[in-house]
Design a protein around this ligand. Structure first.
Ligand SMILES: CC(C)(COP(=O)(O)OP(=O)(O)OC[C@H]1O[C@@H](n2cnc3c(N)ncnc32)[C@H](O)[C@@H]1OP(=O)(O)O)[C@@H](O)C(=O)NCCC(=O)NCCSC(=O)Cc1ccccc1
Length: 341
């Protein structure tokens, strides 16, 4: 939806800013989307750039744990499925970087921020995929969490982000099914294969349940108190602007409620002794993801966290010639460089 007046990303406040803000608020209240040429508050733009960039970074860094198994898949069929899945994640990164660019930022700057620690990817991927079963656990649990977290983002208030999310979620839903199918094959296989599946679930449950949904909604104590208060304020703002539609803990509960019956069907145990059906609440209880649990799951400043960025940086540098060739090609044709890159 286009506002009556448009302003560039960096426009200074003007006398009619109040009218523009009122129009923006009315669009949000009516559930209309905000489009790139619409006027928007700077804070809204900044919040979107931060979330979309972190999301894009997570998609491309998230290729690494499963990507490590591409050369070791147990059959040609599984290999082609995994290859398509990992390629999809690269594509999601591209949709998201494109969505971020509509907000006036440059993809190269976002990548530079990732490479040099000014922005981050989800710490979910700061964990290793130790066996083939990890590829199934990642797709079942992590992509499963992604669908639950991202389905509401299909109705997020910023148009390009919402449209990217619709495509991403459709593809993620396939990923979850192939992950579940892989886990089922292992669970119906030999005792060793089933044990391998359980072991992978033991490794990936906490990163999925904690990190894919962000920090807890609850209060934090000690050194985290300020972060928690700031985070809660940011979350409230994100909800008021229609960027987020649910709190982190609401979505986390939805994830647990989805996974428990699936794990039961597979004959696997989710590694949380507190999981049990709560008749009164109509939900499964589970160990709350408090700040200690969250910090433990982050895996920041570990070998794997450093390895993910080092690997990404090496791939980026190795690919410099491709970007240069695309720019040279575009200079000789009418085609924009980004389309060929
Ligand atoms: C849920 C959350 C990611 C974070 O919740 P919020 O309430 O917005 O938290 P808030 O930002 O207030 O946090 C405060 C500070 O903590 C940081 N931080 C927080 N969480 C993390 C973390 N996990 N890891 C590391 N850092 C984290 C955060 O940057 C901030 O620090 P800053 O102040 O910037 O320095 C939210 O942004 C969202 O829904 N994003 C959209 C979806 C999306 O991005 N999904 C990603 C996965 S997509 C995928 O995986 C697909 C796939 C599947 C399988 C295989 C391959 C690929």
């Amino acid at each position: 939806m286009t506002a009556p007046t448009t302003t560039p990303a960096t426009a200074a406040a003007t006398p009619d800013e109040d009218a523009l803000l009122a129009h923006f608020d009315a669009l949000i209240a009516d559930g209309e989307t905000i489009e790139p040429r619409d006027w928007m508050p700077d804070g809204y733009r900044r919040m979107l750039v931060r979330q979309i960039a972190q999301h894009a970074h997570s998609e491309i860094i998230g290729m690494q744990p499963e990507g490590a198994w591409l050369t070791r898949a147990p059959s040609l069929h599984r290999k082609s499925v995994l290859l398509a899945k990992v390629q999809d994640e690269a594509g999601h990164g591209l949709y998201l970087y494109s969505a971020a660019e509509t907000l006036g930022v440059d993809r190269a700057d976002l990548l530079d921020a990732l490479h040099h620690g000014r922005q981050r990817a989800s710490a979910t991927f700061n964990h290793p995929a130790l066996t083939w079963a990890d590829t199934g656990a990642i797709a079942w649990l992590t992509d499963g969490a992604a669908v639950i977290n991202q389905a509401p983002l299909c109705r997020t208030s910023y148009g390009p982000y919402a449209r990217a999310m619709r495509r991403v979620c459709q593809e993620e839903a396939f990923h979850v099914r192939q992950g579940y199918d892989l886990m089922r094959a292992l669970c119906e296989g030999t005792p060793e294969q089933k044990e391998m599946a359980q072991d992978a679930v033991n490794r990936w449950w906490l990163p999925a349940v904690a990190l894919m949904f962000g920090p807890p909604d609850t209060e934090a104590g000690g050194a985290d108190a300020r972060t928690a208060a700031l985070g809660a304020a940011v979350s409230r703002r994100a909800m008021a602007w229609g960027i987020k539609r649910h709190t982190n803990d609401e979505l986390r509960q939805r994830f647990v409620d989805t996974c428990v019956p699936q794990a039961e069907r597979l004959g696997l145990t989710l590694p949380d002794p507190a999981i049990r059906w709560n008749e009164e609440r109509g939900h499964y209880d589970f160990t709350p993801v408090d700040w200690d649990t969250y910090r433990r799951a982050l895996g920041d400043d570990t070998h794997w966290a450093r390895q993910r960025i080092a690997h990404r940086l090496a791939a980026h540098e190795d690919g410099a010639w491709v970007r240069e060739a695309a720019v040279a090609y575009a200079a000789r044709t009418d085609e924009p460089a980004g389309a060929a890159a």
